[in-house]
Structure formats: C-alpha cells, structure tokens
Design a protein around this ligand. Structure first.
Ligand code: PEP
Ligand code: MN
Length: 363
C-alpha cells in the first residue's frame, strides 16, 4: 500500500526561477574543466539556471568512460562560482552522496539503474538523512511503478521533502523507434497519484538521438509534466558518452523556442464555461457506462449460475475470441482504435471470468 508523500513544493526550493517548463541542462558527463565551463557559460546565456553533469557514469559495458570522478565536483563548484548556475549530478551510492555534500552540490538525482535496486536507494536515503538536499528520482529501467514509488518513499521516510521525479522511459529488448520505450502510461499514473510531485521528462535518454528530443519534449509537456532534463555539450560529436543525443547550447536554445507551452488553466470565461459543460456531459456518460457495466455483470453472473448447474467450464476461449474480433471490428466502424477496444474488452472479460469463478467456487 503506497503511503502519502510529504513534499515541499518545487516553487519553494529556490531554483528554477524561469517560467515553466523548468529546464535542467548540461553534458551527459563532465569530461574536462574546459568542456564543463564552456557548456555552462553557453547555457547560462540562455537563462537556464540548473546545470547537470554526470560525475560517476553507470555504463552498460566495462571499459567505456565511467566518469571523471570526484575531481569533476571541483569543476561544478567553479561553475557555481563563475556563472551562478545551480549544479546537480547523479548519485549511485553513499560515497557519491558524501562527496556531493562536501562539494556543495545543489541537487542530486538517482539514476534508472539505481532506482531499480532498493538496497542502493536505501543506502542513499540513509546518507542523505537530516540534509536539505533536493533529490530527483528517475524511473527504474523496468516499467514498475511501485518500484519507482518505493524509492520515493524510502527517501521521503529519511526526511527528504524536496523530492521530484524524472521520466526517462524504460529499457526494452525490442527494437523501438526510440532508445527507450516512453511508457507514458506509467508517467501519467504517477502524476495522477502524486500531482504535487515536480515531474521532469528526460527526452535525451528516452530518444537516444538528437532528432527525437523536440517531439518527446512536446509530448511530455502536453501530458502536463513540469520540466525537462536535456543533455547539452559544447561539442557533442566529441562527447565521451551519449554523443548522438547531446545538443549544443545553441541547438537547445532553438529547440526551446519551438516548444509550445500549454497552460494548466485559462482565465478565459467562455473557455471555462464550455469546459465545465463538456465535463458535465462526460460525467453523465460515465454514469451510464457504469450502469451498463453493472447490467452486463449481472447477466454474466446469471450465466455463471447456469454453467454451474450444467457443469460447464467457465472460459470458452473460442467464444471470447469471436466476441473480441467482433467488438474490435465494430469499434473501428465507430472510429475507436483497435488497441483501445481490445484493452477495454479484455478488462471486462477478466472481471466477468472472475465473477463466474466466484460463483463456481461457492459451497
Ligand atoms: C544520465 O542521466 O546521464 C543517465 C545515466 O541516465 P539514466 O539513469 O536515465 O540512464
Ligand atoms: Mn547520458
């Protein structure tokens, strides 16, 4: 059972003074002092105020660039001093946390591979106990919403109240258009459960290529997410990690100019009234839907009794396949997507089978 989270609103963290979307930008990895400083100055000029750079890099294969390590934290300190940017980096164990605290890092994030490991999340939470450090938690590599929430709970129980999340999509063995499966459904579910949680998307890791960043950013903001974490490097082609997905500060500037920001609310009176009217119509239809579902379930139970009396098995796969095919076909004629109709009917069928099972098991 998920617990409530005790969150300090992001407006009170003292970062992200820009109008929304909040943007975190910076290189995948800190590589050299020059690269870090040049990128940070470029981003500062765009009005960005939170700089990211990976210091310890969790790489899939050994032998790749695994991050510059602690010396990079000095470069982040210099970024703070010379540009006034706030700085953040990824932590994957308690040693990283202690180093970040020592060097005055303003915010940390927990990477996708780490979120998937409750022992490491607990270790990080313990190391952060009694600090005021803001923490963003990336989704775990696998599409497991509870594991993601569990990580938030561990940090929150250690007293971390400046909490937020970053959606970077899910690792998939299937070949997809994007590097990661966006799995927006899970992000929307998390947003719905914890609307107060600041929510970032990471279109860089989700897309895995520069060309996808704009469309993924737009999608995230259209779904109501609050901010973006985008990788930016002064010379992306030469980056030691994630070269194909990083943007120069100038490219990022252009991209941010193309994004359409939608408001959460509108002051327009007509709009508000029309929206209210449409929502009222939806409420009526929802009530009708529930009544219809109830009637269907009543009949399904009657069928269950009947099957029981005649000693007939509940699931008749062939009949179900026929119904599903027919419904998908009829749905298409009504302009309803196949996937949607199939999902609705599969849910109805599952509930129906369960109800009949209960009848059969009675006595
Ligand atoms: C990163 O942000 O650099 C990173 C390693 O991301 P992820 O944890 O999403 O793979
Ligand atoms: Mn990266």
């Amino acid at each position: 059972m998920a617990r409530q989270l005790d969150i300090i609103p992001v407006e009170e963290w003292g970062f992200f003074t820009l109008p929304k979307p909040m943007v975190i930008a910076g290189p995948c990895s800190a590589e050299t002092e020059e690269q870090v400083m040049e990128t940070a100055k470029g981003l500062r000029a765009l009005g960005i105020n939170m700089f990211r750079a990976g210091i310890w890099k969790p790489r899939t294969h050994p032998g790749c660039f695994e991050g510059i390590g602690t010396q990079g934290l000095r470069w982040l300190q210099r970024v703070k001093q010379e540009t006034g940017l706030k700085v953040c980096t990824e932590v994957a164990n308690e040693k990283h946390v202690y180093e970040c605290l020592k060097y005055g890092i303003d915010m940390v994030w927990v990477g996708a591979r780490t979120t998937a490991n409750p022992f490491m999340v607990q270790e990080i939470a313990n190391a952060l106990r009694d600090t005021d450090m803001p923490v963003l938690v990336k989704n775990p590599v696998n599409p497991d919403l509870d594991l993601w929430i569990g990580a938030l709970e561990r940090l929150n129980m250690a007293g971390i109240k400046k909490l937020g999340v970053i959606h970077r999509g899910f690792t998939s063995f299937r070949k997809l258009k994007y590097r990661n499966d966006p799995g927006w459904k899970i992000a929307v579910e998390l947003r719905t459960r914890y609307p107060e949680l600041p929510f970032f998307a990471d279109p860089s890791h989700m897309g895995g290529a520069r060309g996808f960043i704009l469309e993924l950013s737009q999608r995230a903001l259209d779904l109501g997410l609050d901010g973006l974490m985008i990788e930016s490097h002064c010379n992306p082609e030469c980056a030691l990690s994630d070269a194909s997905q990083q943007l120069t500060p100038d490219q990022l500037h252009e991209l941010l100019g193309e994004i359409r920001v939608r408001e959460k609310q509108s002051d327009d009176k007509d709009f508000t009234e029309n929206l209210q009217q449409l929502r009222a119509n939806i409420d009526v239809i929802d009530e009708e839907l529930l009544k219809l579902l109830q009637s269907r379930m009543d009949i399904s139970r009657q069928i269950g009794e009947y099957k029981k009396a005649h000693n007939v098995a509940i699931v008749q796969a062939q009949r179900w396949d026929e119904i599903l095919d027919e419904m998908v076909k009829q749905g298409a004629a009504h302009g309803l997507p196949e996937e949607f109709v199939a999902a609705v009917y599969n849910a109805i069928h599952t509930a129906s089978v369960q109800a009949q099972n209960e009848i059969l098991e009675k006595d």
